[in-house]
Design a protein around this ligand. Structure first.
Ligand code: C5P
Length: 232
């Protein structure tokens, strides 16, 4: 056993343009509560998590109301107004802002605000699998569909071999100092694992759940609500 602690960091400074809603997608109501409230509640309720940090943009006009409506998050969740123009920068800014509060070897679980289907069970499964791992890793799902690469006319150019392909989810779990170094050096990565890979390391893939999908397009909303209603 080691004495490292576990912290959650939720980048929530995006606007979610693909969803086409008139408010940023993390604040969209789902099963009666903003999407972000579901995510924060799941982490706040996980006793293994020491504290939860959420990164919003400097001019965010919604988080105050969200926190006021969720007294169960008081003392468990801190808001950082340090969001950047990309997900990578939001996470990096958040890590830099909490520097005095965390140790180099503490684990950071970085999770999308747009994956409200995460459960306490998945958090525990990820931590149990990775707690002694030298690198860290991420929840992911083996790809089950046959994959096609398209040309510019949406015609099949190639069938892509799916064996050994996984779709990355979050949380992605890495030690604080490693993640900070990786994100500082990386440029155009779309997830934390991508930055760690650029250091020549191999994050471990831990099987997640289809319910932990990212709400991205309008038709995702009804499916997410169905799962959340079942969960509560
Ligand atoms: O847009 P997408 O769904 O890929 O965003 C993934 C996560 O990254 C979301 O939680 C979103 O709020 C966050 N993000 C961010 N800062 C940005 C862009 C996205 O915190 N500039």
């Amino acid at each position: 056993m080691n004495s490292s602690r576990y912290f959650a960091l939720i980048p929530a400074a995006g606007i979610g343009a693909r969803l086409g809603a008139d408010i940023p997608k993390q604040y969209m109501p789902l099963a009666g509560r903003p999407m972000l409230t579901h995510v924060l509640t799941t982490f706040a309720a996980a006793s293994v998590i020491s504290h939860v940090f959420v990164v919003v943009s400097a001019d965010d006009g919604y988080i105050g109301e969200l926190m006021a409506a969720a007294p169960h998050l008081q003392g468990r969740v801190s808001v950082l107004f340090d969001g950047g123009p990309s997900r990578r920068e939001s996470v990096l800014n958040g890590l830099q802002a909490i520097r005095p509060l965390v140790g180099d070897d503490d684990w950071m679980l970085v999770h999308d605000a747009a994956r409200p289907g995460l459960t306490g069970g998945l958090i525990e499964h990820l931590i149990e699998t990775l707690q002694d791992d030298p690198v860290g890793g991420l929840l992911a799902l083996p790809v089950v569909d046959t994959l096609k690469r398209s040309d510019q006319q949406t015609r099949v150019e190639q069938t892509v071999e799916r064996t050994a392909l996984w779709a990355a989810q979050t949380p992605q779990m890495f030690r604080y100092s490693l993640l900070l170094r990786a994100l500082r050096l990386a440029d155009a990565v779309t997830d934390e694992a991508g930055a760690v890979e650029l250091l020549g390391l191999q994050p471990r893939l831990v099987e997640g759940s289809p319910r932990n999908f990212k709400v991205t397009l309008p038709h995702d909303v009804a499916l997410a609500e169905m799962f959340l209603k079942e969960k509560s």
